[in-house]
Ligand binder design. Structure first.
Ligand SMILES: [Zn+2]
Ligand SMILES: [Zn+2]
Length: 371
């Protein structure tokens, strides 16, 4: 039997137990004020952002660089979220990405939904391999938080309970809502990313891993529900790439960059995403045809490969010519004008190949199984 992490198990079990006792008891004798409810929601959100914008996108990947002031605030709320130090969290998260769905993935969903959600936390965890987080070990703020994680955690919780108890004039309410219930929400919403975001949703960008995209999970996880995209392009500071995708973490990072408080925001370029989508679509069509009983399936598979090649080379051509156009100086007007015409022709070719691709895909999807 694997060794257990009794401290983790004891802590998580006992605060859930206290919540199950004290929350009904509170409602039996009192009713929470609006200030208390909003304080709890604010704290849940701040802790969640501390994890997603701090622990996850800034430290684990790192998809952007935060100003030390921002790092300190994110570490403060990340610490309050009670999910271990940023160093350990990032170490385990880097293992998760590098070995997703295998035995070396600490919260592999292949061992079951509940393993990925919570049970993995109860198993004794191996020491941190410094080579995997050597960059983070050079950051004095991260070292400090890692060294004083527990005393900081205790001090923060005492201060939070006392502060909100004083603000609301309800110390018992502050204990139940701003500590117990807040911990419950901020834990389970993060854990959803390892469990739900690896089981319930669509694989839009890659079928090579279990991560899925799901808008509803994004609502609960501050934008981390676009997890299929995230596992496919993990260094992008965005998880939801469309402007309307609910990803408050992305919006916050973007605003911070405009205020000069975040820099080096990494984005996967549009072309690479398109190439990946064509590749995935091709795999899907080939799989469908391979599993079919059609006589002509070999011919169709060949057509899929050829059309995908034609489309990607037209896309590549378009990208390269566009890049050259941007690089040429304004003074070389004639060359620029000539290139402009070439780009127009390539664009038409690209549109033509996209149309052919869509027609072929629709044709394959409409094929019926022989009776
Ligand atoms: Zn994941
Ligand atoms: Zn990640």
């Amino acid at each position: 039997m694997k060794k257990m992490d009794w401290v983790s198990l004891g802590y998580i079990a006992s605060y859930h137990f206290c919540l199950a006792i004290f929350l009904p008891l509170y409602f039996f004798y009192f009713s929470p004020s609006k200030t208390l409810i909003f304080s709890m929601i604010g704290l849940v959100f701040a802790c969640g952002i501390g994890i997603t914008a701090g622990y996850h996108r800034c430290f684990s990947h790192p998809a952007y660089k935060a100003h030390p002031l921002v790092e300190s605030v994110l570490l403060f709320f990340g610490n309050l979220a009670t999910q271990g130090s940023a160093l350990r969290w990032s170490y385990e998260h880097r293992l998760h990405h590098a070995h997703v769905d295998t035995d070396e993935d600490p919260y592999s969903v292949t061992k079951g939904f509940w393993h990925a959600h919570i049970l993995w936390l109860f198993k004794a965890r191996p020491p941190i391999d410094d080579r995997i987080v050597s960059d983070l070990k050079r950051n004095p703020l991260i070292r400090f938080q890692n060294d004083y994680y527990l005393p900081l955690l205790i001090a923060q919780h005492v201060l939070v309970i006392l502060f909100f108890g004083w603000v609301t004039n309800d110390y018992f309410g502050s204990f139940v809502f701003c500590y117990l219930l807040r911990s419950f929400f901020s834990h389970h919403t993060t854990w959803f990313i390892n469990s739900l975001a690896h089981t319930w949703g669509e694989k839009n960008f890659s079928k090579e891993h279990s991560a899925v995209d799901n808008f509803i999970i994004s609502l609960l996880t501050y934008g981390e529900g676009y997890h299929n995209y995230h596992h496919t392009f993990s260094n992008d500071y965005r998880n939801g790439i469309k402007w309307y995708h609910y990803d408050p973490t992305k919006w916050l990072i973007f605003i911070l960059s405009k205020l000069g408080l975040a820099s080096n925001l990494r984005r996967m370029n549009f072309e690479k995403i398109q190439f990946q989508l064509i590749l995935e679509h091709k795999k899907e069509l080939v799989k469908k045809l391979t599993q079919s009983f059609l006589d002509s399936k070999e011919d169709l598979i060949e057509r899929v490969h050829k059309q995908a090649d034609a489309l990607t080379s037209a896309l590549e051509d378009f990208i390269q010519k566009g890049r050259r156009y941007r690089e040429i100086g304004k003074d070389l007007k004639e060359i620029k004008n000539h290139l402009k015409l070439e780009i127009r022709a390539v664009k038409d070719q690209l549109k033509f190949e996209w149309r052919n691709w869509d027609n072929l895909s629709n044709y394959i999807h409409k094929l019926k199984k022989p009776a």
